[in-house]
Unconditional design. Structure first.
Length: 215
């Protein structure tokens, strides 16, 4: 699905000030590519991811997934669209605490969609094969993040949206995550991530610098 943002305005207002994040932003994200969103702190990377997910409303403008005007859907329709089409990792993504890592993945992928071996192989890519039967409370923060990333791609969603998926990971695990996302893009999935990670440029097909995009 080709993704288009048309004339997006977004401001955050407090009692003391109004901060403009986007003013008339137009952006097209190609189908089946790995797109990296870059920019200085405060440039709007997380805001853009949340606009694309429908978690943050635009003040004005429209977001399209192919011919679907996503911004025009009601909340229940947005939620259904996400479930059917988008794999999501936000900065505060966590696992369902009373399910094992494996059960979290089965829930996301759908019962019977992936064999135990396929789930093990997916977790092995992010260095968590030995944690397949662990509960979230037995994992470190970095392990939970990597498990959430594996869960997000398990159902093979057409579009994968991740906000800072490599933040606070060591170099080896950054490489593991980026290799997984590169693999998904090579298989035809649309991958969009925000990241401060310089190495991410080497994996992405397209880099969008939001500092420049807003000029």
């Amino acid at each position: 699905m080709l993704i288009r943002l048309e004339q997006i305005d977004k401001r955050y207002k407090t009692l003391r000030r109004t901060r403009e994040v986007f003013s008339g932003l137009n952006l097209t994200i190609d189908d089946g590519k790995f797109t990296l969103l870059k920019g200085e702190s405060g440039s709007g990377k997380s805001t853009l991811i949340n606009l694309l997910l429908g978690f943050t409303p635009a003040d004005s403008g429209k977001v399209y997934y192919e011919d679907t005007e996503f911004t025009g859907l009601d909340e229940s329709s947005k939620a259904a669209f996400r479930r059917e089409n988008i794999g999501v990792v936000t900065q505060d993504s966590s696992l369902i605490s009373y399910l094992t890592v494996d059960e979290n993945i089965v829930l996301a992928a759908g019962e019977g969609k992936l064999s135990r071996k396929e789930r093990e192989d997916l977790l092995d890519i992010v260095g968590l094969k030995d944690c397949i039967d662990a509960y979230p409370g037995e994992l470190s923060g970095g392990e939970i993040k990597r498990a959430a990333i594996a869960r997000a791609v398990a159902g093979n969603p057409h579009t994968i949206l991740m906000d800072e998926p490599t933040a606070n990971l060591d170099k080896e695990n950054v490489r593991r995550v980026l290799n997984l996302l590169r693999k998904k893009a090579a298989e035809g999935n649309t991958v969009i991530i925000s990241s401060h990670e310089e190495d991410a440029r080497e994996y992405a097909d397209v880099t969008v610098d939001l500092d420049l995009a807003k000029e």
